[in-house]
Ligand binder design. Structure first.
Ligand code: NAD
Length: 297
């Protein structure tokens, strides 16, 4: 069994590292937050006192961090992970970060003689706990083949999307679809309300017609039709608006850098920014229907 270092033991990293441990791997964790370390330790993860100590002798290094700057900071430098892992180790970054940062991390790994994949996830904290995450992977075929059994201990679907950065590209594009489609579904329910149409009637039609999408059938923004959706518990996440906004901002940064025209992506980013700034940041992103309704009041 390879030795695994797991960096970033937060809401996602803690259950993901616990699943690696459950699959029989030897996992050493590190996090700057004592609370995150304590939660992971309770799940059987050995905690190292520093990045370098966690990486020492590791064949696999997984990072699950808030942003690209932190990923690059943790990977690089004399005290960083690349300088201390075993020669030829495989680096797996599962954080959601900018495509340019992901490619910079791949370059740094190659310079250090290491292999790497970007492997962001969808499925949220529930998927992390249940080991049912979807991994979107960018990197060489060789690095992907090496990462696959490790990712399989934490997820159910693993897609090789292409070369360096392709996993992040898929993640950002998918979440731009999701952010836009949630607003579309919300606008349809609010228009239906004005027309005297019940939520259930619109759901029964659209969920089996051409309006069908995940935002409607799994994360329905009105209470009732989908009992497990956050709308039934005052929009407790789920997937917080702040995280949706982070992903939409990444999509817009990429659109600008790579010259794509994403008019709806830009408008959706603005609407989630307004919703986050008026109390919605910690709510599930489907709470945007309240803002849509407000605009229609
Ligand atoms: P989180 O804030 O709960 O966890 C991040 C952890 O990183 C924290 O424990 C923090 O202390 C630690 N950290 C920060 N700087 C560090 C450093 N220099 N060294 C070591 N540890 C450090 O975030 P999360 O919800 O676990 O998300 C992690 C990543 O996964 C993010 O990129 C996020 O966008 C992505 N993601 C999250 C979800 C979700 O539903 N939460 C879903 C898909 C993807």
């Amino acid at each position: 069994m390879p030795m695994i270092a797991f960096i970033g033991l937060g809401n996602m990293g803690s259950p993901m590292s616990a699943n690696l441990r459950r699959a029989g791997h030897h996992v050493t964790g590190y996090d700057v937050s004592p609370a995150s370390c304590a939660a992971a330790e309770a799940a059987g993860i050995a905690i190292a006192p520093s990045l370098a100590a966690a990486a020492k002798g590791a064949d696999i290094v997984v990072t699950m961090l808030p942003n690209g700057a932190l990923v690059l900071q943790c990977w690089q430098g004399d005290d960083g992970l690349l300088a201390h892992a075993a020669p030829g180790a495989l680096f797996i970054d599962s954080s959601t970060i900018d495509v340019a940062d992901a490619r910079a991390a791949h370059d740094a790994a190659a310079r250090a003689g290491m292999k790497s994949v970007d492997a962001p996830v969808s499925g949220g904290t529930g998927g992390a706990a249940a080991a049912t995450l979807t991994f979107m992977v960018g990197g060489t075929a060789e690095a992907f083949a090496r990462a696959q059994p490790i990712l399989a201990a934490m997820g159910r679907k693993i897609v090789h999307c292409g070369d360096a950065g392709a996993g992040q590209a898929a993640k950002i594009c998918n979440n731009m679809i999701l952010g836009i489609s949630m607003i579309a579904v919300s606008e349809a329910f609010v228009l239906g309300e004005k027309l005297g149409l019940s939520h259930q009637a619109l759901f029964d039609v659209a969920s089996t017609a051409s309006g069908q999408c995940w935002a409607l059938t799994t994360n329905c923004p009105v209470p009732g039709p989908v009992p497990a959706s956050p709308a039934n518990r005052d929009y407790q996440p789920g997937f917080a608006t702040a995280l949706m906004l982070k992903d939409l901002r990444l999509s817009q940064a990429c659109a600008e850098t790579f010259g794509a025209h994403t008019a709806l992506g830009a408008h959706a980013t603005q609407l989630y920014e307004d919703y986050a700034a008026t109390g919605g940041a910690a709510k599930d992103f489907s709470g945007i229907i309240g803002a849509v309704r407000g605009k229609n009041a």
